[in-house]
Design a protein. Sequence first.
Length: 97
Amino acid sequence: MPRAQRQIQALGARLRAARMRRQMTQGELAARVGVSVPTVGKLERGDPATSLATMLRVLTALGLEQDIDLLAQNDALGRELQDSRLRRPAARRASPS
């Protein structure tokens, strides 16, 4: 999925930028997270094999753990689907003759 891969790579780039803004090396981040330096490098390059648990630990080490709470928070499509079901008139039951 090309779009998903681009999104993962963009997230990795944002995490790299956040790390660098904090003047933290990949080694320092890896030590704080409890992973290897190559794992941090893979995450920053957008390797999709990186676990969600690692991602959460990285966000926490960078002070961005609240960002995880924003994922899928605004489910516009789900709400629209739910609302469309509420707007449908109830099916009329056939009255017995």
